[in-house]
Design a binder for this molecule. Structure first.
Ligand code: MBD
Ligand code: FE
Length: 260
């Protein structure tokens, strides 16, 4: 018996036709030979088997998808979701008058950071009760649930903006991140003679009723990798200052969401 065919998808057909059209022009220009094609297929197979396809796609392609979609739109520029977001982060309660404390180990290594911001929309209205989801690496440069053995939701969590659209969270200062260099993605970086670093960043995602979900990142002035981020995720308006307050650092940034 024949297998039931999957339903035709017009969008897949449209995009694949376009892909082929541009692929033909690209192949002509690149002058690709069959051996190079075979090398590519073998490398892509290693990439998938190593579980690095999401990493590779998010490092080398995602920024171009975002820039094609968003560069001319009002509101805060999105940045990369990246390969290290996981669902189900804990809700972070807070004590009255104090900031939220991002999930962390009892003596989480690193410099204490108080990060605050305001969320409004492109019409200037403050967005109360907006879900703020955050994740970041730890002081050793690792992400929980991936390359670290910290608890699954370490330095991950969510909370909501207050009645004025404000939030404040206590966390640690993230550090520059090297993407894995041992696998097929690292092999590819070597071919390009490119470093593997991303500047230190906070991942942050906002969800508000009636608004487009905003997935973005926050970067810090003076980071040595801002100009050469391997994943090209930096946007000027996402860079803020890390202020030295003696026993801790402070930073803030405001965010603007687009109504749906
Ligand atoms: C990261 O930490 C990241 O944020 C992205 C986009 C890609 C690789 C590693
Ligand atoms: Fe990241």
């Amino acid at each position: 018996m024949q297998k039931q065919a999957a339903k035709k998808n017009e969008r897949v057909e449209e995009v694949f036709d376009l892909f082929l059209k541009h692929m033909q022009a690209f192949l002509k220009e690149a002058n690709l030979n069959h051996e190079e094609y075979t090398n590519f297929v073998k490398w892509a197979d290693r990439l998938g088997r190593a579980g690095e396809l999401p990493l590779f796609a998010d490092v080398f392609l995602e920024t171009h998808v975002l820039q094609a979609m968003y560069t001319k739109m009002p509101g805060t520029q999105p940045s990369l979701l990246g390969p290290y977001f996981i669902e189900g982060s804990p809700y972070i309660e807070k004590e009255p008058g104090k900031p939220h404390v991002l999930t962390q180990r009892p003596n989480e290594p690193g410099e204490v950071l108080y990060f605050s911001g305001n969320v409004s929309n492109t019409e200037g209205k403050p967005l109360t009760n907006t879900k703020v989801e955050m994740w970041q690496n730890d002081h050793s440069g690792k992400y929980s649930a991936f390359d670290s053995d910290a608890p699954r939701y370490n330095l991950r969590g969510h909370f909501y903006t207050d009645e004025n659209g404000n939030f404040e969270v206590q966390t640690i200062v993230p550090v520059p991140y090297s993407i894995p260099t041992e696998g097929p993605t690292g092999e590819f970086l070597n071919y390009l003679d490119q470093h593997s670093m991303r500047p230190a960043h906070l991942h942050i995602m906002f969800e508000a009723e009636g608004h487009e979900t905003l997935i973005t990142q926050v970067f810090f002035e003076g980071d040595e990798w801002l100009e050469t981020d391997v994943a090209e995720g930096v946007r000027e308006e996402l860079i803020t200052k890390l202020k030295d307050k003696g026993d801790h650092k402070e930073a803030s940034l405001n965010f603007v969401m687009r109504p749906e």
